[in-house]
Design a protein around this ligand. Structure first.
Ligand SMILES: NC(=O)c1ccc[n+]([C@@H]2O[C@H](COP(=O)([O-])OP(=O)(O)OC[C@H]3O[C@@H](n4cnc5c(N)ncnc54)[C@H](O)[C@@H]3O)[C@@H](O)[C@H]2O)c1
Ligand SMILES: O=C(O)[C@H](O)COP(=O)(O)O
Length: 527
């Protein structure tokens, strides 16, 4: 990955001071403005190329569209549901998080809520503060021997399991991705949700909030649970349906709930908060000194590493960049972008192309077809308009424009090369390029194979013309008249149809129209 220039970062929430320090030590200007409202953020964001947030800043499409320079949104924490990741991707903005920095803290708070539910500790504390000494009212139950159902067996689910096992709880769970044999190795027996609900004395959820997890616990699933089941949500508001939870609490189907998160934060409707069997925290899962120090440090270091082109850690929407850190990959990316730009310039039809096929060849490009594809699309789509294609948004911009992109890798060829074909109005344009001595070169354009590969640097004039012994002298004369020096001339050694030529120029020509008597088609570009 080529280094990404980040000069100014806005921190819009209370993030550990080590974050600002690390960024500043690495030459980045940091402005901290905690508690900004949405309008302030929209007004300010255009001045920054980085934004660091926690969960309270809602980075909506409005904010992203107002951000003309933003290159990275760093989430000092786990959940990125407060960031419109799709809108960020379309804009070519990298979204990254620090997924493990607050795992232990969130797991510890979950266990605290589970234990508080079993012994009514918060209610007993409030009762004593009110002057009472009520030993009968707060009869609890041991955790020992009880069954804990863990829905979502990722980082936090795993840590909760091991801690609660030490209290003698039996841990069962469900996760559609983490394999049962893996969770079995940390003492969690997996089963379907249908099997899980009726077995649990306690249920804790540790999934992201997404359509498949919204309302996981609802009227129907509460009805399948043991009467008096106790539930904890330290993940995201809405995974346990709040209205269904209230109904289950009222009927006694649910014996108690520990909630750290809410659909609306802070919740305006206080019915659940005020319910006697509900204990709540104001989203404190990650609020420990240790978690904040880790998340603040992690996000700052991840941004610095990205700026230096060293590595990309924690990106949730830029998988394509994962294998773009070697200097060789930079040359291939330049080649892909240049081939795209050449083909775009040489498609005579003004109709937009609607199909692109990218084929990589050679063992060294086996793992590169993803970034090569995006690089070609960047070259094809770059037109000085506002959308600014880059490797992050190339495929989504192509999709938005109705362009079908296919890619493949040809096995068995030793020479590394990239072949690109685009279809315009039923006509196919094609270019093949490679990298030689660190320089991107064009080997073939529209079935004209160049005798001398075209170095894809500087100002290039491509043209199609009938082959003639007078062509070079006529062209030289024309360029001399236009006052433009010719730096190189590439003619095809073989061709199918009319041959294509390429001329390297010291500067761009003012007007291609005057070339018309000499050529059939011509295009000029700087790469
Ligand atoms: N309260 C807090 O302050 C706090 C702190 C940290 C994390 N969190 C939240 O906790 C949640 C879990 O974090 P994590 O770090 O463990 O994430 P993770 O990605 O490590 O684990 C999430 C797990 O959920 C599983 N999952 C996805 N869909 C599922 C479904 N339909 N049913 C069951 N499991 C499903 C995934 O396969 C994954 O294993 C996130 O929503 C995160 O935002 C809250
Ligand atoms: O997803 C997370 O990391 C937690 O919800 C913590 O959010 P916070 O950083 O706003 O405390």
């Amino acid at each position: 990955m080529a280094p990404i220039s980040i000069k100014r970062i806005l921190i819009s929430e209370s993030v550990d001071s080590c974050c600002m320090k690390i960024l500043q030590e690495n030459g980045i200007q940091v402005i901290e403005k905690p508690n900004m409202n949405k309008d302030d953020l929209i007004a300010e964001i255009k001045d920054y190329d980085g934004l660091v947030v926690r969960s309270a800043t809602k980075v909506t499409a409005d904010v992203i569209n107002a951000a003309s320079n933003l290159k990275v949104i760093g989430r000092a924490g786990t959940g990125v549901d407060n960031v419109d990741v799709d809108a960020s991707t379309k804009k070519g903005i990298i979204v990254m998080n620090t997924p493990s920095g607050n795992t232990i803290s969130a797991a510890e708070l979950t266990c605290t809520l589970l234990m508080s539910l079993s012994r009514h500790v918060p209610q007993a504390v409030m009762s004593m503060k009110a002057g009472n000494w009520d030993r009968k009212k707060f009869m609890g139950a041991e955790m020992y021997g009880k069954i804990l159902g863990i829905v979502g067996l990722g980082r936090i689910g795993k840590e909760v399991a091991s801690r609660m096992q030490s209290f003698g709880m039996k841990t069962i769970g469900y996760d559609p991705i983490t394999p049962p044999e893996v969770t079995a190795s940390w003492g969690v027996e997996q089963m379907s949700l249908e099997e899980l609900w009726p077995r649990c004395d306690y249920i804790t959820v540790h999934t992201p909030l997404m359509p498949s997890t919204t309302g996981l616990l609802n009227d129907a699933t509460f009805a399948k649970c043991k009467k008096g089941v106790k539930v904890v949500n330290c993940a995201r508001g809405g995974i346990i349906d709040e209205a269904a939870l209230l109904r289950a609490l009222e009927s006694g189907q649910c014996g108690g709930a520990g909630l750290d998160v809410f659909v609306e934060e802070p919740p305006k409707d206080r019915v659940l908060v005020n319910h006697p069997n509900v204990i709540t925290c104001p989203h404190l899962g990650a609020s420990t000194k240790e978690a904040q120090a880790r998340c603040g440090q992690d996000i700052a270091l991840q941004i610095v590493d990205m700026v230096k082109g060293k590595c990309l850690v924690g990106a949730v929407n830029a998988q394509v960049l994962a294998s773009t850190f070697s200097p060789e990959s930079h040359q291939w990316i330049r080649l892909g972008e240049a081939i795209g730009a050449v083909l775009k310039s040489c498609t005579t039809s003004k109709q937009p192309f609607n199909q692109v096929q990218i084929t990589t060849q050679g063992d060294s490009l086996k793992a590169s077809s993803s970034y090569m594809t995006s690089a070609v699309i960047v070259g094809l789509l770059t037109d000085g308009s506002k959308s600014r294609p880059n490797l992050v948004n190339a495929l989504s911009l192509a999709k938005e424009s109705g362009i079908t992109v296919t890619r493949n890798h040809s096995e068995g060829l030793t020479e590394s090369a990239c072949v690109v074909e685009i279809s315009v109005n039923g006509s196919c344009y094609r270019a093949t390029g490679s990298v030689q001595g660190g320089v991107p070169i064009l080997l073939e354009l529209n079935r004209s194979v160049f005798r001398q590969p075209v170095s894809l640097t500087g100002n290039l004039l491509f043209f199609k013309a009938a082959s003639s012994p007078l062509l070079l002298s006529s062209l030289t004369g024309f360029l001399a008249k236009a006052g433009v020096e010719m730096e190189s001339f590439s003619a095809p050694t073989t061709c199918i149809g009319e041959p294509w030529y390429c001329v390297g120029l010291a500067s761009l020509l003012g007007d291609l129209g005057a070339l018309k008597p000499l050529v059939q088609e011509a295009a000029m570009l700087s790469v």
